[in-house]
Design a protein around this ligand. Structure first.
Ligand code: SF4
Length: 375
């Protein structure tokens, strides 16, 4: 089993918090599928004929592509890789692109899941984040996608904005629930280096992020969504039964994936790889068949730390058997560290699995950092 991630590195404008790889110059976008398809041909053996069950077109802003371009890209995946009969095919889309004509065009593609970057249903938040859409766009785009017959939808929301009061956040959650969307990806606003947000905080143009607000909004999210029968299956992800993201779940469960496009990451089950994060260099090197990938060889410490970092965030948690497989020295390190978290009720142990309690979920990053091994 394997997945394919395709990075579309273009955006209309830069959101204030975003440090993903993208360019606001759209000059390359018409020819971009040609480069992706050439990359597929150059890397046709990467997955070694493992069966691909998910394709995820992310970015950047994939909804800047036409339906014809998306069809070409997905068709080429089936040419170069062994795709199962009914793969999950997700496209990330921004609300301002999801007009009636575009959605109707997309019906001609095999896309069967949308991940829509809503972020907030309040204009003041959207302006603060420098999003290209308005709150009116947000709700109407979701409605149009549902009216076209798509049921497998996910929405992204961001909490902890200085502009988002707790009651505004609760409004966002209720709006999401009332729109009958089966999946939510929900992230705290994070200050990344080299973003407009970081610049403004460093220069005291806006207040730093309030950790208490992040905590209270995270807790409200858990409480409200779980009461509405959403499963909190990963720290940042909630799903109704049968609507977990198969693609993202594969990342957390160590399934290999091929990443295509500038900055995309790949994992072959042993090591990680990253494509050059520069559109022009990517284009030039793909055309000339010059190297464009950096390999990151994982040590067993890296494998253990990555396992802890990803699996502690999931509902399935950390398994003793998995740790034993990485190496017996990791098991003794882990068991010596985990007991204090169990005693303080941050972690529960059941059926040979360690999972975070509700209280522990607030401190997931801290707990995993304490469990890491560095020597
Ligand atoms: S958040 Fe999404 S739309 Fe905004 S700049 Fe980043 S990749 Fe582009």
């Amino acid at each position: 089993m394997a997945g394919i991630y395709i990075h579309i590195p273009f955006c209309k404008q830069a959101c204030s918090y975003c440090n993903f790889h993208f360019s606001t110059s759209l000059k390359m976008i018409n020819d971009f599928p040609d480069y992706l398809i050439k990359e597929m041909s150059l890397r046709k053996d990467f997955l070694q004929h493992q069966t691909v069950d998910t394709i995820y077109i992310g970015g950047g802003t994939p909804s800047l592509l036409t339906a014809d371009q998306i069809n070409r890209i997905i068709d080429s995946c089936t040419t170069y890789y062994d795709i199962i009969d009914a793969p999950e095919i997700t496209v990330e889309a921004n609300p301002d692109d999801l007009n009636t004509k575009y959605i109707s065009d997309l019906l001609s593609t095999p896309i069967n899941r949308f991940s829509i970057g809503i972020q907030s249903f309040h204009d003041i938040d959207l302006q603060f984040m420098n999003r290209a859409h308005t709150s009116a766009h947000a709700a109407s785009a979701i409605q149009r996608v549902q009216d076209a017959g798509y049921t497998n939808l996910s929405v992204d929301l961001i909490f902890g904005n200085p502009t988002t009061t707790d009651s505004m956040w609760e409004y966002n959650l209720n709006k999401f629930i009332n729109l009958n969307i089966p999946h939510l990806s929900c992230y705290a606003l994070t200050v990344e280096e080299q973003t407009a947000l970081s610049f403004k905080i460093k220069n005291s143009l806006i207040q730093p992020i309030d950790e208490n607000r992040i905590g209270s909004q995270f807790e409200k999210t858990m409480q409200l969504l779980v009461s509405e029968a959403y499963e909190h299956y990963e720290i940042s992800n909630y799903a109704k039964k049968g609507f977990r993201s198969r693609h993202n779940s594969n990342y957390w469960f160590n399934i290999p994936y091929l990443g295509l496009g500038p900055s995309a990451h790949s994992y072959d089950g042993v090591n990680r790889f990253q494509n050059v994060a520069n559109n022009q260099k990517y284009r030039k090197n793909i055309i000339q068949e010059a190297p464009f990938i950096i390999q990151d060889i994982l040590s067993s410490n890296d494998r253990y730390n990555e396992y802890i970092m990803t699996r502690i965030r999931t509902a399935e948690g950390i398994s003793i058997i998995d740790i034993k497989d990485i190496g017996s020295r990791y098991l003794s390190h882990f068991t010596s560290q985990i007991n204090s978290f169990i005693k303080d009720e941050y972690v529960r142990y059941h059926a040979e699995k360690y999972t975070l309690t509700k209280k522990g979920k607030l401190f997931a990053d801290h707990i995993s950092a304490e469990l890491f091994i560095t020597d």
